[in-house]
Design a protein. Sequence first.
Length: 286
Amino acid sequence: MLMAMIENIYETMNLRITETAFELHLRKIYPTRNILSMRETETISGQDCLDVQKKTDGSVNIIGEVATDPVASWMIQSAQVASKFTLFTHHAKTFPDLVTALRNSMLRAGVFKDEKTAEEQVVQVLNFDIHLVKDFKGRRYIERVTECIPVQEKNEYTFDHRNEKTIEGKLNKFMDNATYYFTKSTNRELYQYRNILEYHDGSYVLTNPISDTNIREMLNNMDDSDADDFIKFVDRNWGIKAKRYADDEDTENHEIHDEIKDIKEIKQEEQPKRRGRKPKTSTVTE
């Protein structure tokens, strides 16, 4: 499936492949694409390959298979700083298992020491999980498409104790803040996940809408034709009126232009009229 997905990536995007063993052979399948494939050797590590790829103007990074702890750290690095997006394969059975496996790999690789910090970094780079299964007949199909939504931390502390007149009231407000603090420290939710597409009885069913943030990011990386079709798709299926970032910028620019125009008109109206005779003008005739 990873090989087939390359066909739907715009040809203007350069592909950078990192594998522990050459399995994809994308340069043979897509000979006209700008593809650079690398693998580690006895003298050149995978981290060195990734560092070189960062300097080759790549748009899409593909990690063949995240099967070891070092490869998991390469995937996190490339997804954060080295490309527009990253594709990789993994053998996790559920989405929480995927997050847990990548978090543990980051901890074992020594990249992070704290579980919460490692898990937070993992969910920041996981946008969608396309899960494939194989039934007892040997048929492979996409069982679900799951979206990962990182939970943004909010400051919900209050200062309501200042408005309380009694010691008991102040202690109650203090205990509310203390409860919230210990909840964040011990059992803070880092992400939510929901299935966008599911396979039921031989057909695919849309179950939940894509988040607004991911819709915007997807539109921002599409050409005009695909963007128009995608806007119609989300409106038809979920009733979402999606817009690009550029559309908001154009609206803001028009609003700013209208405000400047109104200010100029007001200033012109406020200018005092000159009194007295009009200045004489002379004409020269031949």
